[in-house]
Ligand binder design. Structure first.
Ligand code: GLN
Length: 289
């Protein structure tokens, strides 16, 4: 194999991202992939342009590029995704954490940090935890505040990933349970949570956007009833599990804000507000019971 330098690989990346084809890859995916393969910090691509990739590195880089061109997201190639201030392991059993979901974390922390909760031990429930990014980021922020976190998911494979993520991020105060939404929670967990959070599947089954998300588990992405079926179930059951004054915070689609606020109101929630994501779209609705 002829030797290939960083300089040449950067040119290759430029060509790949300049193509007009529909399968055009984001250039940061390619540079991040290169950095992952050569295991170097970003600055290396500027300071060490004449570094020659080993044969193995060349092969790994090219094989990864082919996989990305075939639809595999970068996060599944590297097996990791940054979210909040933490790093999460991900695989094909979990949704890849999105920056927009950080809005959910910010909003919940804002609410928790207002002095409205007086219970000595405070409890938070994350429904459909996936990689665990929401439960773990919140538990990490609340580490010293006597919070207990319960995180559920239907998929045992996702729970394995979430448990691993709790371990690598050194978060111990989370109990993981295999459950379809609230189903496996014990009776004594009724009326026991101060906060319920969820990023459930909410994409309409007919939505064309799903075609771009083929690598991720469909059960984490799409729901019946125009994407609202799981959201509706979560909202309807939430009052049975929340303490008086407790908060429900749900991520949803950009065009579901009105319907979700209506569901909150119909189920007795107050101060219902929708918060927008970084793109200015409705993304998270919150209310307290
Ligand atoms: N926000 C994600 C997307 O549209 C979907 C996440 C979800 O369905 N919960 O890419």
């Amino acid at each position: 194999m002829t030797s290939v330098t960083i300089r040449q690989t950067k040119q290759q990346i430029q060509q790949l991202t300049n193509t007009e084809s529909a399968s055009k890859l984001p250039s940061f995916w390619l540079t991040d992939w290169l950095l992952y393969v050569i295991d170097k910090p970003a600055l290396f691509l500027i300071t060490d342009e004449s570094y020659e990739l080993t044969e193995d590195e060349q092969k790994q880089f090219n094989a990864g590029v082919t996989k990305m061109q075939q639809g595999m997201p970068l996060a599944y190639l590297t097996g990791q995704q940054a979210f909040w201030s933490l790093n999460f392991m991900v695989n094909e059993h979990t949704l890849i954490p999105r920056p927009d979901t950080e809005i959910l974390i910010e909003q919940v922390l804002d609410w928790i940090n207002t002095p409205s909760i007086y219970a000595s031990t405070k409890r938070l429930l994350d429904l459909g935890t996936g990689s665990g990014c929401i439960a773990i980021s919140l538990a990490h922020e609340l580490k010293n505040d006597n919070w207990q976190v319960v995180a559920v998911d239907l998929s045992p494979a996702a729970l394995k990933v979430a448990q691993h993520n709790a371990l690598i991020n050194e978060v111990a105060n989370i109990k993981f349970i295999q459950s379809s939404w609230y189903d496996a929670l014990r009776t004594h967990e009724k009326v026991s949570f101060d906060v319920i959070v969820s990023n459930p599947p909410y994409i309409d089954e007919e939505d064309e956007h799903l075609a771009q998300l083929k690598a991720e588990p469909i059960s984490a992405l799409s729901a019946l009833n125009h994407g609202l079926a799981d959201i509706e179930h979560i909202i309807q059951q939430a009052p049975s599990y929340l303490r008086i004054g407790g908060l429900l915070a749900i991520e949803h689609g950009f065009d579901q804000g009105f319907a979700v606020r209506q569901l909150f109101a119909d189920n007795g929630f107050e101060s219902v507000t929708t918060v927008q994501d970084y793109g200015g779209n409705d993304r998270v609705t919150l209310g307290h019971i």
